[in-house]
Design a protein around this ligand. Structure first.
Ligand code: NAD
Length: 349
């Protein structure tokens, strides 16, 4: 197992198979507020460097997400850079996670599901494998979209044209909620069957995966992979609001300023998609689903507050959210959190 020394991170490891190929990348960014919760993402990458870069970026975002949501959790992430899922790969991933001694709690993300987390949980603990957090993430995103709509002068979602990119775990649950709220929903997925069957079930319309981004929309809700907003795509956007489930939506932080200049209301991804993490903390604490429901719906107030703060200070919503999270991290006294199993920090490479 190779320990990488990465500035600002508590611990980053690359675990290799006997042939030397990376089979697991795990990054724990910050555990000042509690143990690091983070996804297990499984997909192929062009290179190991690309996989490490994405892992670091997602781990950092998890720290800010938990801090901004007021949770006693830290930020981390893990990646299995492969396309073929095997029990051996999942178990190897679990063994690598076990070396973090409970300071990294894995949860499903793109390319993994509850069954995979249970497999990983055969060799490490704790893991979040009981319930899929995706519907809770979607509930929080829907609440955040409502806050953005209100901020833009719409009392509710009725008749708003909302484009959902990705009909996976989060996207499909979000489409159902938005349709229930009376929105005019269009959905796209690179796996067209997913979008088509969701549209048939809900009454949404299918959009072409290549053109959704540049469609005339009240709200764009990206719920697929990250880096959707890039210097190349930002100029072609024709939406008024961006609020979705996808992590790391902006290819670079400066793009938040581009969105502000274009008067596109942007709900920072790491805040608007915090419903799943909120739910997981509620579960870890042994609270009821009713309590989780209430806390996740509070995302609406969090986003409304951020939009108002950003406007009054003349800064981007991303900056307002980071400042909020940073203040919490700086005020923290060290390791807390519901499942911190040790009072010792992991060795910093
Ligand atoms: P998923 O794998 O279930 O769904 C992603 C879907 O997006 C897939 O159906 C895929 O085919 C589709 N897709 C990929 N590229 C696309 C493109 N260019 N256009 C249209 N569709 C495309 O993943 P998920 O669990 O729903 O997560 C979606 C996003 O939300 C990810 O960025 C994830 O990190 C983020 N997120 C998820 C959760 C959660 O609770 N699952 C929580 C917070 C953030």
């Amino acid at each position: 197992m190779e320990e990488l020394s990465v500035n600002g991170f508590e611990r980053v490891v690359v675990d290799r198979d006997p042939a030397g190929t990376a089979r697991s990348i795990i990054a724990v960014h910050d555990t000042r507020l509690g143990p690091a919760l983070g996804g297990v993402r499984m997909r192929p990458y062009p290179s190991e460097d690309d996989a490490v870069a994405e892992c670091l970026s997602l781990a950092r975002a998890m720290t800010v997400k938990a801090a901004a949501a007021g949770l006693d959790l830290g930020g981390g992430w893990s990646i299995i850079p492969a396309s073929e899922k095997t029990p051996e790969r999942l178990l190897a991933h679990g063994r690598a996670i076990a070396t973090f001694g409970g300071r990294f709690i894995p949860v499903n993300d793109v390319g993994t599901d509850q069954a995979d987390l249970r497999k990983i949980g055969e060799v490490t603990s704790p893991v979040c494998a009981q319930d899929d957090p995706s519907p809770w993430t979607a509930l929080g995103v829907a609440a955040g979209i409502k806050a953005c709509a209100r901020f833009s002068g719409h009392p509710d979602l009725k008749g708003l044209r909302i484009g959902v990119q990705g009909a996976g775990h989060v996207g499909s649950a979000l489409v159902r909620l938005l349709v229930e709220d009376g929105a005019d929903v269009v959905v796209s997925d690179v796996i067209e069957d997913r979008a088509t069957s969701l549209a048939t079930e809900t009454g949404a319309t299918v959009a072409d995966a290549d053109t959704l981004l540049t469609s005339e929309l009240d709200v764009l809700a990206p719920c697929a992979l990250g880096e959707v907003i890039t210097p190349e795509t930002v100029g072609g956007l024709r939406c008024r609001i961006i609020a979705g489930g996808a992590n790391n939506l902006l290819a670079s932080p400066e793009l938040a300023e581009d969105l502000r200049e274009r008067r596109i209301v942007y709900a920072p991804d790491f805040c608007v998609n915090s419903g799943g993490v909120i739910f997981l903390q509620e579960q870890i604490l042994g609270h009821t689903d009713e309590s989780a429901h209430k806390r996740v719906l509070a995302v609406e107030g969090v986003i409304a507050d951020l939009l108002a703060r950003a406007e009054s200070r003349g800064v981007t919503t991303t900056k307002a959210a980071h400042d909020l999270a940073q203040a919490r991290l700086e005020a923290s006294t060290g390791i807390q959190g519901p499942t911190a199993s040790s009072s010792e920090k992991p060795a910093v490479p």
